[in-house]
Design a binder for this molecule. Structure first.
Ligand code: GP9
Ligand code: MN
Length: 637
């Protein structure tokens, strides 16, 4: 190496500048190729180019404040962390179509458990995200090229002046593009698009700190306002529906159907039914064909939370992880007071989604998890135990349990990336859209259907079928927006925000042996299951903070709110993404004004629910109720 070049490589500012260019280039590459940011105009394009600069300068510049001896190490650590944050988002986005939030990151010890999914989510080209790290490492580690990172105070001041300058330009352009961006935070894609991926994480960290402080500052007055709202909603319901108490004293079985969307029901592929058993079961049950999932980032766990509490999951992270020690008034606890035995069966580790902790909080007495099952290479795939052996092995455990029980079975095989590892599992040919996830999805749904058939057979064999009611629900979507092209091929139409919202329908089948069912068209969601189940069992919870209503009640409004703020009624679909309003009967977009009251109600209700969870407000309910009961007791003496 000639002397000049060597000297150049030894210069701190050359190293620093190269690192900035590398990190900027790969961040820009990710913003352009890995995420769908919907760049609408030149200003947004310009913002995209400059957003990474201020944060890169800011964070890498922090190394200036370390002693010269430690400076290179500090610099590389920061560089590595930023690369990791970027790459983690790229991988996470491939499946979740969303950006990581701090609460989600903390629960992603789950990242490790993703196993098969993580493999399918990494691509060979991802090497581009790490090549620069290797180059810089070699650069600092080789004695010959090691840069001397010594900077004058004036240089450091200039770097930070540049940080401020870029940030100011970025923020003011962002404000022009999206007024109140920082106040209305529900749309993470917008935050990343206008603030950049690193600034987004700074913002997210501040939000996390802010929300954890909300519990500390919450007081019981907030609860009064929310109770008034909830009671006025419930008051509209009038007297009990005609199914009140119809399943009194029966066992309740809940089955969570992993990633199962409603579009597979009654649909044929290659001339074959995808869900033959569920289709037959639906004919003999109450089958709700306008039922939506209301979940957010917490996925399966959000669905579980919604169903047991009739409260919404959170806008960021999974409530199962962030608020597992709150006070709740959940179905298992209520049923326990009514003589029931609440239990859960699931073939994954007990700590996934923090279930082991949350189940205790919610009042489950027993959780049969992976440790209780016999799991081998043959009988497992993807996340673990396959659904058929899962149900088979669960039976002897169920048979030992005291009746009546409230038993939840969580299936797992139909999980992204929808893998089979044995020809016997493939009971239908894959679809042929060319999008592997979509094509395989039909096979794993078909397998799941077979497992449910098996489960019903076993329940009949053990004699418990006729004393049990069955509630089967799809937990959340399985096919994300990233697969719209293939999905439009399957459905034979374009996927506009209207169709996207409708695709959030999941099946709900309530099967009550001995009772003739029917198709139910009321618009509802997972939020409504707690009051629905309690009413079937003849249990009336007075003064409970719940946002759902009994799906069997004649007076209920056809209405459900999705976690992103979208709303569906019998007449309209409001798509929060893009603020679009549609008339359901014509499927045409209409003026946004028409949906404004729906949007307002959705925002209010989601905000109330978030207040309850963040503020842990139900703890006040308990103490107030206790005080009242104590007083009454005192008076009766
Ligand atoms: C894991 C299973 C899947 O135990 O419930 O969780 P998901 O990724 O669908 O939330
Ligand atoms: Mn799930």
């Amino acid at each position: 190496m000639n002397q000049d070049k060597k000297q150049l490589l030894n210069k701190g500012w050359v190293f620093f500048a190269a690192a900035i260019v590398f990190l900027w280039a790969k961040t820009y590459y990710a913003l352009q190729t890995a995420f769908t940011l919907d760049i609408e105009n030149g200003i947004q394009q310009f913002i995209l180019v400059i957003t990474p600069i201020s944060s890169i300068l800011f964070f890498l510049g922090l190394s200036f404040f370390f002693s010269p001896k430690k400076r290179n190490k500090a610099f590389m650590t920061i560089y590595f962390l930023m690369s990791f944050v970027l790459y983690a988002n790229v991988v996470y986005y491939r499946f979740f179509n969303d950006f990581i939030t701090l609460p989600v990151l903390m629960q992603y010890k789950n990242f490790g458990d993703l196993g098969g999914s993580t493999k399918a989510l990494t691509h060979p080209m991802d090497i581009l995200y790490w090549i620069d790290v290797v180059i810089l490492l070699v650069w600092v580690m080789r004695k010959k090229t090691r840069p001397a990172m010594e900077f004058r105070k004036r240089t450091i001041a200039m770097v930070y002046a540049a940080v401020l300058g870029f940030a100011a330009v970025n923020l003011s352009l962002a404000e022009v593009e999206r007024p109140q961006l920082l106040v209305r935070t529900f749309d993470r894609a917008k935050l990343v698009k206008l603030l950049g991926i690193y600034n987004y994480h700074v913002y997210d960290s501040v939000m996390t700190a802010k929300t954890s402080s909300r519990r500390v500052f919450a007081d019981s007055n907030e609860l009064t306002e929310i109770l008034n709202y909830v009671n006025s909603q419930q008051g509209k319901m009038g007297v009990h529906g005609k199914y009140f108490g119809k399943a009194k004293g029966k066992n309740v079985v809940l089955v969570s159907l992993e990633s199962t969307q409603n579009f597979v029901m009654d649909r044929k592929l290659h001339g074959q039914e995808i869900t033959p058993f569920l289709n037959d079961l639906a004919d003999d049950s109450f089958y709700f064909d306008n039922f939506y999932h209301n979940t957010g980032q917490g996925k399966t766990s959000d669905a579980e939370f919604l169903i047991d509490n009739s409260l919404y999951g959170l806008p960021r992270g999974a409530v199962y992880t962030t608020n597992a020690s709150n006070e709740y008034n959940a179905t298992p606890e209520i049923l326990k007071d009514n003589g029931y035995n609440p239990i859960v069966f699931h073939g994954n580790h007990d700590s996934f989604w923090n279930r082991d902790v949350m189940y205790q909080t919610l009042g489950y007495d027993k959780f049969y998890s992976k440790e209780e099952y016999h799991v081998t290479d043959e009988n497992s795939v993807n996340y673990g135990l396959k659904d058929i052996p899962f149900f088979e092995q669960s039976m002897p455990m169920l048979n030992k349990e005291k009746q009546p029980y409230y038993a939840k079975f969580i299936t797992m095989t139909n999980h992204y990336p929808y893998i089979t590892n044995n020809k016997n599992m493939e009971m239908i040919e894959p679809a042929n859209t060319g999008d592997g996830s979509v094509d395989r999805y039909f096979q794993t749904v078909r397998y799941e259907d077979e497992s449910i058939k098996k489960f019903f057979k076993l329940m009949k064999e053990n004699g418990q079928y006729k004393d049990t009611i069955f509630v089967l629900y799809g937990d959340h979507y399985g096919i994300s927006e990233n697969h719209n092209r293939a999905m439009s091929e399957i459905l034979g139409k374009d996927i506009r925000p209207f169709e996207h919202v409708q695709l959030q329908k999941v099946p709900l089948i309530i099967h009550i042996p001995g009772m003739k069912g029917k198709d139910m068209h009321t618009v509802g969601g997972e939020i409504d299951l707690k009051p629905t189940i309690l009413h079937l069992l003849g249990i009336d919870e007075k003064n409970d903070v719940q946002f759902g209503t009994d799906l069997f009640s004649k007076n209920r409004e056809d209405f459900t709110i999705l976690r992103d703020g979208s709303v569906v009624t019998d007449k309209y679909v409001y798509a929060a993404e893009g603020n679009k309003c549609y008339d359901k009967s014509t499927e045409k977009e209409i003026e946004a004004e028409t949906c404004a009251p729906l949007k307002e109600k959705a925002d209010k209700e989601l905000d109330y629910s978030d207040k309850v969870v963040y503020g842990d407000l139900l703890r006040f309910m308990d103490s107030e109720q206790k005080e009242k009961a104590d007083k009454e007791k005192e008076e009766s003496k």
